[in-house]
Design a protein around this ligand. Structure first.
Ligand code: GDP
Ligand code: IMO
Ligand code: MG
Length: 430
């Protein structure tokens, strides 16, 4: 049952791409099961740096079969743009499989995403503007367009026509934008059909067979637990299931096949876009984290909001995802801080709260209760052995492990592939 899940446990950008890459040549399949090109994964291999948005980062490992599962929303222009770039750089992408049930992001949904954000003003979500929300909304209201529709032009045109009845009303009458024609949308989507066709199949069946045959399948989440449509900080979330629960619905693989659940956490926290963030920093420390950590969005280039590690979130993520392991990334970024505060609980209306509050209003005005740990001055970049870390860095990791409720199996000490301390084998027996 070697189904391995990789999920972000904060607000994204924890280093999921690097964690998938770490499993590298030991995996046979890598599956993206949620989200779309709102994700941004940076993977550094030797002198080469890759930025992936739609494709799972495991595509960079030779011999791996990458899969875009049914739970993904696909911008076809971006798909082929990324594939062509990887081909140019010598990456073999020939094995890519795409679910016929995945939905496509038509141009009108990109337009709607951007225009609704503008109209929301200060209540905006701060989306990536890629059409993610409107496309998942169409899926739920059953006016979405699926990959398989591209192979039946008559059906495709009917579906576009049906969707445009509503979309054009909104765009023209509410938002004063231009209407889209059935022809332009259909022509754009059909222009990809021939190239797409050989990649498309019943990926749920293919993955089932691989798992039954004992192959290693990694399910790589986009986004993160706190951005999950159900379990995140709604409405300041993305529109898909980014927690481990999304694996089964987003790939068609049974929960029975999931063996290992690896949460990726940064040694501190960042967030892009709007929404509550109890440990957020607005001072020189926050700026220092942003600078040292290179915290600028891979997708939109926006500066990421930064804050101290929050163990309430870590415990919540351990529970909601049923984590077996944590990978802690970016410990090297914390070097040179005098002391490092860690949020151990919240204070809400004068009461100490140890668990994630049920109410968003409570979460909005939760004040962190900090424990302060002594920092370390030495540069720890690239260290590969836990015992070589300064004593204070070792303590920091061990304390966070105790507070988070799941063992830490690997620690990132730099962006490169081998900047990692491995404490437990992520693919071995639990
Ligand atoms: P993802 O969306 O979760 O895949 O993460 P991103 O790629 O958006 O952001 C993580 C960033 O941190 C990338 O630029 C990585 O190259 C970098 N990174 C990952 N692990 C480490 C680490 O341990 N140390 C440092 N300094 N950078 C890291
Ligand atoms: P990775 O996979 C960080 C955020 C957006 C916005 C909210 C909704 O790189 O961790 P959307 O466009 O999805 O409707 O935007 O979610 N968001 C991310 N933040 N990392 C991501 O992906 C994100 N994907 C979406 O900033 O607040
Ligand atoms: Mg990212």
């Amino acid at each position: 049952m070697p189904g391995i899940v990789i999920v972000g446990v904060q607000w994204g950008d924890e280093g999921k791409g690097k964690a998938t890459d770490l499993l590298g040549d030991r995996i046979d399949w890598v599956v993206k099961f949620n989200g779309g090109n709102n994700a941004g994964h940076t993977v550094v291999i030797g002198d080469e740096k890759y930025a992936l948005h739609l494709l799972p980062s495991g595509i960079l490992s030779p011999g791996v079969t990458p899969v875009i599962g049914n739970g993904v929303v696909v911008d076809l222009g971006v798909l082929f743009y990324e594939l062509d770039h990887l081909i140019e750089r010598g990456v073999d992408v020939s094995r890519l499989r795409v679910s016929g049930n995945a939905h496509v992001i038509p141009e009108y949904n990109r337009a709607l995403d951007q225009v609704t954000e503008r109209f929301l003003g200060k209540r905006r979500i701060g989306t990536t503007g890629r059409g993610i929300g409107p496309t998942y909304a169409d899926k739920m209201t059953r006016v979405g367009i699926r990959i398989q529709d591209l192979f039946d032009e008559r059906i495709l045109r009917q579906k576009i026509e049906g969707a445009l009845v509503q979309k054009n009303e909104l765009l023209v009458k509410m938002y004063n934008r231009r209407a889209f024609t059935v022809d332009e949308i259909a022509e754009n989507l059909l222009s990809y059909a021939d190239r797409l066709r050989p990649m498309v199949g019943d990926t749920a069946l293919e993955l089932h067979r691989a798992l039954e045959a004992g192959e290693n399948v990694v399910f790589e989440a986009g986004q993160a637990t706190m951005l999950d449509i159900d379990h995140g900080t709604y409405p300041y979330v993305t529109s898909s299931s980014a927690t481990a629960g999304g694996v089964a619905t987003g790939s068609g693989v049974s929960v029975r096949h999931i063996d290992r659940l690896i949460g990726i956490q940064k040694a501190y926290i960042t967030r892009v876009g709007s929404g509550p963030f109890p440990t957020e920093l607005f001072d020189a420390d926050g700026e220092k984290l942003r600078e040292r950590g290179g915290e600028f969005g891979t997708t939109t280039g926006r500066p990421r909001r930064t804050g101290w590690f929050d163990s309430v979130i870590a415990r919540y993520a351990s529970r909601v995802n049923g984590l077996t392991d944590y990978v802690m990334t970016k410990l090297d970024v914390l070097s040179t801080f005098e002391t490092i505060p860690v949020c151990v609980a919240y204070e809400i209306d004068g009461e100490r709260v140890d668990e994630m509050p049920m109410s968003q209003s409570d979460f909005h005005h939760a004040t962190p209760i900090y424990e302060h740990f002594p920092g370390w001055q030495d540069d720890i970049s690239g260290i590969r052995d836990f015992s070589e870390l300064p004593a204070n860095a070792q303590t920091y990791v061990r304390e966070i492990e105790a507070l988070s409720g799941t063992r830490i199996s690997a620690i990132g000490t730099g962006p490169a592939r081998d900047h990692i301390i491995e404490l437990h084998d992520l693919l071995g027996a639990n």
